[in-house]
Design a protein around this ligand. Structure first.
Ligand code: SF4
Length: 204
């Protein structure tokens, strides 16, 4: 989307009971998190190109935080690291898409991220680049199949038709990453959910 009305998006998110903030750059967003997160609280992370591109993980670890991120762990330990992430006080991830009426759309293969987002950690911080903002819920849902999953398939080298063509065939492949869709219409009751909007492109 071009000409994004951040004031309108923030208002819509607040109406849906989220806490929303806007940052000019990823650097500003990382600075905010370093100033906000308490050193005594553990941090879990979901798989996220946005997190990787901001350099947040390394900055938190260098500052002395305990961070559980399976993307920085051997694959044989992933289950254990994902469990530790879900049991942390804070969880940081991105969203696959957000609609201008303030709804978050996410699709997972393993579901560690979508489950941790909605129940488990006390505070959930969701970093969202401007490329993830869609005009409405239907466009946000389509974004998963048209943009996100084909790119994930290329990144992870999944054997799916979208990896080869860039198009979704609603496949039945064992490598299918579109398995669990979670749409967050309103903030889940027992979670402090912080939406951090960044006015730059991040992730896909
Ligand atoms: S359903 Fe299959 S083909 Fe469609 S985007 Fe997901 S992984 Fe790709």
């Amino acid at each position: 989307m071009t000409n994004i009305d951040y004031a309108a998006l923030t208002k819509a998110l607040e109406k849906n009971e989220f806490q929303a903030q806007v940052f000019e750059t990823g650097e500003e967003c990382v600075k905010f998190l370093l100033e906000t997160l308490k050193p005594e609280d553990e941090i879990g992370m979901g798989g996220s190109k946005t997190i990787e591109q901001t350099g947040l993980y390394d900055q938190l670890v260098n500052a002395g935080y305990t961070v559980h991120w399976h993307w920085r762990a051997p694959k044989e330990n992933w289950r254990e690291v994902k469990d530790a992430a879900r049991q942390s006080e804070n969880y940081i991830c991105s969203a696959n898409a957000i609609s201008m009426d303030g709804k978050l759309v996410n699709m997972d293969g393993a579901s560690n991220r979508v489950s941790a987002m909605v129940f488990g950690p006390r505070d959930v911080y969701i970093l969202i680049g401007k490329n993830k903002i869609c005009p409405d819920l239907e466009a946000a849902r389509r974004r998963i199949f048209d943009v996100v999953s084909p790119k994930i398939a290329v990144m992870v080298n999944y054997n799916t038709p979208c990896k080869k063509t860039g198009k979704c065939y609603d496949c039945a492949m064992p490598d299918r990453c579109c398995r669990v869709e979670v749409i967050i219409h309103k903030k889940p009751r027992d979670v402090n959910m912080h939406i951090l909007l960044i006015k730059e492109d991040f992730g896909f």
